[in-house]
Ligand binder design. Structure first.
Ligand code: SAM
Length: 210
């Protein structure tokens, strides 16, 4: 059984705790482009029980669907604090909790859909996290991800590998993750992958075997 890299996980938590104050400002420009992608993802959500992992400051809350019971978790208490403020300000009904996607505090088969947007670039062991999502989903349940991944274009691929250590230091995100392969490795099936920007930003939909 895989074990959690506690040191890397603590470093990720500390990094997002530090970034929390600036996160919305840093992402303001990009969010104009991300908004329609988030909307496209949430149109595919099927409830009633929905889990969002890596909720961050709560940028998806504007797209939450009425009538669904949404639980949202994050590793970073400071990011979560911002999400709580946003939920209160915007009157969003959501159960916010501090939790690590690599070891979720939910029984097996608790949710119909799990959503994560721009999260698996920073989870220390993404396959371990994705396996946890498979565990907490019902058989036939769906996973919806919005993620940036490593390009297949040779030159770009090399550049992304080269730039990765610096990008991680600045933003906490790895730009060289192979998330589509990781979703398969975690045991999901029926993958549908849509390229949203080049072959880098993708909307990934997958299912737990029924
Ligand atoms: C780039 S931010 C994305 C936030 C939000 N999903 C969005 O779309 O704006 C990544 C988030 O994932 C969270 N995260 C990273 N590793 C995590 C883990 N192991 N478990 C839960 N959340 C994690 C970080 O704390 C951070 O809030």
């Amino acid at each position: 059984m895989a074990t959690i890299d506690q040191r890397a996980t603590a470093a990720t938590r500390a990094r997002y705790d530090r970034l929390a104050r600036f996160y919305d400002l840093m992402e303001r420009g990009a969010e104009r482009r991300f908004g329609p992608w988030r909307a496209a993802l949430w149109r595919r959500v099927r409830g009633p029980r929905v889990l969002e992992v890596g909720v961050g400051t709560g940028k998806n809350m504007a797209y939450y669907l009425r009538g669904m019971a949404i639980v949202a978790v994050d590793l970073s208490p400071r990011m979560l604090e911002r999400a709580r403020t946003r939920a209160a300000r915007e009157g969003v009904a959501v159960d916010l909790r501090e939790a690590d996607v690599q070891a979720l505090p939910f029984p097996d088969a608790s949710f119909d859909t799990v959503v994560a947007t721009f999260v698996f670039c920073s989870v220390p062991d993404p396959v371990l996290g994705l396996r946890e999502l498979r565990r907490v989903l019902v058989p036939g349940g769906q996973l919806l991800l919005l993620e940036h991944v490593l390009s297949r274009r040779l030159l770009l691929r090399r550049l992304m590998h080269l730039a990765n250590p610096l990008v991680v230091r600045i933003s906490g995100a790895n730009i060289n993750r192979e998330t589509v392969d990781n979703v398969r490795r975690a045991g999901f099936v029926d993958l549908s992958v849509e390229d949203l920007w080049l072959d880098i930003v993708k909307l990934i939909q997958a299912k737990v075997p029924a």
